[in-house]
Design a protein around this ligand. Sequence first.
Ligand code: CUA
Length: 337
Amino acid sequence: MIPALTDSLLLAAQQSGGVPLFPEQASSVAKQVDYLYFFLVGVTVFFSVLIFSLVFYFAIRYRRRSEDERPLPIFGSIQLELLWTIIPLGLTMVMFFWGAKLFYEMRRPPAESTELFVVGKQWMWKIQHPEGQREINELHVPIGRPVKLTMTSEDVIHSFYIPAFRIKMDVLPGRYTELWFTPTKVGEYHLFCAEYCGTKHSGMIGRVVVMEQADYETWLTGAPAGESLEQAGARLFRQYNCHTCHEAGPTARGPSLNEIFGKTVRLRGGQTLVVNEDYLRESIVQPNAKVVEGYDPVMPTYQGQVSEEGILQLIAYIKSLTSPAPAATPAAKGASR
Ligand code: CUA
């Protein structure tokens, strides 16, 4: 019933003279989000109307009719108590499990997702494709394929928001957040910053272009790519002399980074952690926060020396050392000792 109602509402909104009440549904989760939203609105409207009607009805029906009228004392009703406990409990549990299911779906990017990188700064969105294409305030994606965004900020808190995809996520300085979506409709959609981030917050906007696969490939070859992310990372790895400590074999001052991504490492002090993007980033800007067991805290910080985009490139390179064939890039060849 809800889907049918929602669809007719949306249709009515679209036909109401060009001012859409809701953005288009252009991603795999958009419909699901709308159904849940309409359910919440529906329940809210129903109970608001019910409660207000009853307030008016009771006010008239049970009004005091004369000065000396005394109402009979009431000692409660177990049936009523049960009724108005169980019904709201049921309804809120439906909201909870429905919302949780959708939340989990929206927070877990499919394994086969294309990974793009987003850096927010006052006041623009910078996007890097794995093949090396860079865009500012534009995001080109192919239809029907899941895309995962790994996002961070160079300065303050921003929020990456694509209404037509029904996705929004804070973009924070000093850590990575993720979003994913599968576009389902070719077209152009708004991209907003949804967190007040300074004078030109309202200008921190852009467009998302969803293209057919073939058009997307044409676009990819047309956009100047330069180095891929991995290649850029490999270049930075040399430039900052990371290799002098991290590639020198068993006597090295730093642990080898070969196949490190996704592994569990033991730290000084006995804790363990799984190497992910956040840990790699922290190890670049705050190297001595969590040092791997068997090594001394001797690495200097690279905070302020490497840009956020540079850090993303270094991470892409380090991740590539995980693959069975790290010799994919010429620079990576030197890495495999
Ligand atoms: Cu960035 Cu608002």
